[in-house]
Each structure stands twice: as structure tokens, then as C-alpha cells.
Design a binder for this molecule. Structure first.
Ligand SMILES: C[S@@+](CC[C@H](N)C(=O)[O-])C[C@H]1O[C@@H](n2cnc3c(N)ncnc32)[C@H](O)[C@@H]1O
Length: 325
């Protein structure tokens, strides 16, 4: 009997889409939000009044730039400032400017999965801060971090801003922090943003704005599957839905199928059936408090050196070192 073979799943995107849409319940990874259109939509999100996270972290970096840069530059010789998921680097530039104005010797190494984000970042740094030695590195966090950690003995200051850690469940966050910790030496620092628990309505509004920018960002995952994997998702047949559980501090984003429907994804030879009101889980945005951060750090063999917060304690940046225990 002649059997037609399915095309092999070559890219990670193809594999993840196939797995996520054949699992129950369905899911897709938030790391695929960021193509050219997704990068632009995320910049629009950061500019929305509801998305308080960017302004809080911007204020912290602006207010404490001197203290933060002193911490970074304390230690032997030069250092590499490595940023995981750098995006447009708008907040990081506060630190880059302060470091370079104070003639601190360092190299900036932004890592991002999106080449488009890195290209734009490179152009803007060349224009605004041409004196900063920059080398952009495209890839996923650990692909790149592991390759550069092996390279040389230069001290590392690792930045992970925007509460991006919140895209991970606690056990994944511990793994993630532990992997970073294993790549750190005793002189290295990790500087990270953690969005804090607060009025649940403020959190819901940040991920479900009145203009529908977050909805467009979430639905861009489906547009991306349409264009890159030759699929026929009707975007209007899905709605963006956000929930927040104040007990666990977890905000979750979904795409919900408004009707029963079937979607064809040609490139991975997959037909996906949706019942009416069936969901695709796309993102978690975890919120924290000091106790949770201390627990994560301890389990990942990190110690908290210090922390910086905005005036209302809505957002915090913590500085970690490798712990000896
Ligand atoms: C939410 S944005 C935050 C950008 C920036 N850190 C900030 O705070 O404004 C996340 C960035 O991380 C990148 N990113 C997401 N997942 C990634 C991964 N697994 N590896 C590398 N970069 C990733 C995205 O392309 C995007 O530029």
C-alpha cells in the first residue's frame, strides 16, 4: 500500500507548533511572538499607559544608575555586559550612557532571538552611543550564553530586564536561574527585573488594554504560522483572553476559538481541529514578592546582593551573585 510521508519537521518553530497544537490542552510558546511585526507591537505595548512595567523599570534605572553602575564596575578589570532578550535596549541605554560617561571599560553583548530587534538596536546604539563597544548575538538565551561563557575569563554582568523571567513557571525559572548560575564565576553579577504582585486589576489591564494592542500581539502568533508555515488561520475567529490569579501571582494569556473550526498548516502537513471555545495557551506573566524571589534564588544557588524598587514597590530589580552553599 502506498503511504504518503509527512514532511520532516526541520525547524524548532515547526516542531513546537506541531507539538503545541496536537497536545491537549493546546499551547504555543510566547517566544514566537517576536517577528518583525511582533517586535513593533511589543514596542507599542511598552508605550501604553497600562503597561506600567516599562516605566517602573525605566524609573529604577534612571534613579539608581550611579549605584547600579558602581556595582557593575566593582571588580577586577573590564567586564562584558551581557543582556538576555535585549529587545530595543531603551532602558539599558541609561546604563550604557552612564558607564561610558564615567569612562568604565566594558563591552556590551546583547542577545536576542530576533535578528530584526538586534539590527535595530545596533543602528540606534551606533547613532546614540557610538563609543560603546557592542557585539550583537542572535540566538536563544542559552545557545548564546553557553558559547560566550566558554570563550574567555572576562568578568560577566548579566542583565535580564522586563520581568522576562515571568514567562516561566517557578520550576522552569529555577532551572533557568540555575543554568545561569552554573555559567557564572564568583566575580560575576546577575541583574534582573521582577514584576511584583499588586492590585489584580492593574495587572489585568496591562495585558488586556482597551486599544487591543496586546490582543493583536497575541494573535500575531497565528499570523506568523500563516505566513511562515503556510496555514489558513482566520485571525478574527479567535479572541484574546487574559486571566490573573492573585493567589499564585500568575497572569495567563489565551487565544480562544470563537467557533468550531479546522485549520490547515501545509508546511507541517497538519490539520488542527478546534471545538467552540477551545483555548490555545500562549503566555504566562508571573508576578512576584520578596519571599518568592528569595526562594527561587536559594533553589538556584544564588544569593541576593541588593535590590532596587520604584517608589510604589510595583516593580523590583534584584542583583544576584553565585552562592557558596
Ligand atoms: C518582552 S521583550 C523585553 C525586551 C527588553 N528586555 C525589555 O525589557 O524591554 C522580550 C525580548 O526577548 C526576546 N526573546 C524572547 N524569548 C527569547 C529567547 N528564548 N531567547 C532569546 N531572546 C528571546 C524577544 O525577541 C524580545 O526582544
Amino acid at each position: 500500500m502506498h503511504k504518503t510521508l509527512s514532511p520532516p519537521l526541520t525547524s524548532e518553530f515547526e516542531k513546537d507548533v506541531h507539538k503545541g497544537l496536537t497536545d491537549f490542552p493546546k499551547h504555543l510558546s510566547s517566544k514566537y511572538f517576536y517577528d518583525k511585526k511582533g517586535d513593533r507591537l511589543f514596542q507599542d505595548i511598552m508605550a501604553m499607559p497600562e503597561y506600567y512595567l516599562t516605566n517602573c523599570e525605566y524609573d529604577i534605572l534612571e534613579t539608581y544608575q550611579h549605584e547600579i553602575c558602581q556595582l557593575f564596575s566593582k571588580g577586577p578589570n573590564t567586564f562584558n555586559l551581557i543582556e538576555l532578550g535585549a529587545g530595543d535596549g531603551k532602558k539599558t541605554k541609561i546604563l550604557l550612557r552612564h558607564l561610558s560617561e564615567n569612562k568604565i571599560d566594558f563591552k556590551y553583548l546583547p542577545i536576542d532571538i530576533s535578528q530584526n530587534a538586534l539590527d535595530q538596536l545596533n543602528v540606534s546604539i551606533q547613532k546614540e552611543l557610538p563609543q560603546v563597544t557592542t557585539e550583537t548575538l542572535q540566538g536563544t538565551y542559552f545557545e548564546v550564553l553557553e558559547s560566550i561563557a566558554k570563550l574567555n575569563g572576562t568578568r560577566k554582568v548579566i542583565l535580564f530586564l522586563g520581568s522576562n523571567i515571568g514567562n516561566l513557571l517557578h520550576h522552569q525559572a529555577i532551572d533557568f536561574l540555575n543554568r545561569i548560575q552554573e555559567l557564572m564565576t564568583d566575580d560575576d553579577l546577575l541583574f534582573m527585573g521582577f514584576d511584583q504582585k499588586k492590585d489584580p486589576q492593574t495587572i489585568l489591564d496591562a495585558y488586556n488594554d482597551a486599544q487591543g494592542i496586546t490582543a493583536a500581539f497575541n494573535k500575531n502568533l497565528l499570523s506568523r504560522i500563516n505566513s511562515e508555515l503556510d496555514a489558513d488561520f482566520n485571525i478574527e475567529d479567535f479572541l484574546h483572553w487574559e486571566v490573573y490569579d492573585p493567589e499564585t501571582g500568575t497572569a495567563k494569556s489565551y487565544l480562544v476559538s470563537k467557533r468550531e473550526q479546522s485549520v490547515r498548516i501545509n508546511k507541517i502537513d497538519l490539520n488542527v481541529h478546534f471545538k467552540q471555545w477551545e483555548t490555545i495557551h500562549t503566555e504566562i506573566s508571573q508576578k512576584y514578592d520578596d519571599q518568592i524571589v528569595a526562594r527561587l534564588a536559594k533553589k538556584a544557588h544564588l544569593k541576593i546582593v541588593t535590590e532596587f524598587s520604584d517608589t510604589d514597590n510595583r516593580y523590583k530589580n534584584y542583583v544576584f551573585k553565585k552562592s557558596s552553599t
